[in-house]
Design a protein around this ligand. Structure first.
Ligand code: PRP
Ligand code: URA
Length: 209
C-alpha cells in the first residue's frame, strides 16, 4: 500500500515484544513507548526538508544542510499519544505540540472529541499525529479530519501497533497521509481490542485501570 510504512527494524520488533508482555510495568512500558517512538520517528522524519546554511567550523566556513521550513507539529491523540510526544521532541526539540482529545465509546467504539488545540499556521507545517494504537481506525480518521479542517496538508500518522481493519480504514479515508506502523497485528477482537496487541495503551502508560 502506497504511503503505508511498516517497520522491520529488529530493535523496534524487540521493544514491541517487551511492550506486549503483561508483566511489563508502567515505568518500563512508558520508557519503551518513548524509545520505540524515537526509532520510528527517525524513519518517519526521513523526508524532512533541509537547506544549506553557512557554518564556520574550527577550520573553515562551509555550506551544510540544516532542517528548513516552519517548525514541525507533533499532535498526540489523548491520552495514549502523549507517550510519544517526547520521542519526537527528542529528535526535533523545536517542534510545536498540538493536542486532540478523543475517547472511544466502550459500547459503540465510536470516537468522541473532547479537546482540540493545534499550533497556528498548521497548513505550513509537517504535522505528525501520534497514537500508539490504531484499532478500528475511528480515532485516527477523526484526528486527521481535525488536522485537515484546521488547514493541515502535509500529515503523517505514527502508531506502534495497528490492526488490519484500522490501517485499511485510515488509508482509505486519508490516502495522502503517510502511515508509519511499528507492527501490523492479526485482528480485532469483539471488544475492538487489537490481538495479540498490548492491552489498553492509555492505562498501561498512565497506570490506570
Ligand atoms: C485508544 C488509543 C486510540 C484508540 C484506538 O484510546 O490510544 O486513541 O483507542 O482505537 P480506534 O482505532 O478503535 O479508534 P482510548 O479511546 O482508549 O482513550 P485513552 O487513550 O484516553 O485511554
Ligand atoms: N485501544 C487500546 O489501547 N488498545 C487496543 O487494543 C485497542 C484500542
Amino acid at each position: 500500500m502506497e504511503n503505508v510504512i511498516i517497520m522491520d527494524h529488529p530493535l523496534i520488533k524487540h521493544k514491541i515484544s517487551m511492550l506486549r508482555d503483561v508483566n511489563t510495568g508502567t515505568n518500563e512500558f512508558r520508557k519503551l513507548v518513548e524509545e520505540i517512538g524515537i526509532l520510528m520517528g527517525y524513519e518517519a522524519l526521513r523526508d524532512l526538508p533541509t537547506e544549506d546554511v553557512e557554518i564556520t567550523t574550527p577550520l573553515e566556513t562551509c555550506m551544510t544542510p540544516m532542517i528548513s521550513g516552519k517548525k514541525l507539529a507533533v499532535i498526540p491523540v489523548l491520552r495514549a499519544g502523549l507517550g510519544l510526544v517526547n520521542s519526537i521532541l527528542t529528535l526535533v526539540p523545536s517542534a510545536k505540540v498540538g493536542h486532540i482529545g478523543l475517547y472511544r465509546d466502550p459500547e459503540t467504539h465510536e470516537p468522541h472529541e473532547y479537546y482540540c488545540k493545534l499550533p497556528d499556521s498548521i497548513g505550513e507545517r509537517i504535522a505528525i499525529v501520534v497514537d500508539p494504537m490504531l484499532a478500528t481506525g475511528g480515532s485516527a480518521v477523526s484526528a486527521v479530519d481535525f488536522v485537515k479542517e484546521k488547514g493541515g496538508k502535509n500529515i503523517k500518522f505514527m502508531c506502534l501497533i495497528a490492526a488490519p481493519e484500522g490501517l485499511k480504514k485510515l488509508h482509505e479515508a486519508h490516502p495522502d497521509v503517510q502511515i508509519y506502523v511499528g507492527n501490523l497485528d492479526r485482528e480485532l477482537n469483539s471488544n475492538a481490542y487489537i490481538c495479540p496487541g498490548l492491552g489498553d495503551a492509555g492505562d498501561r502508560i498512565f497506570g490506570t485501570k
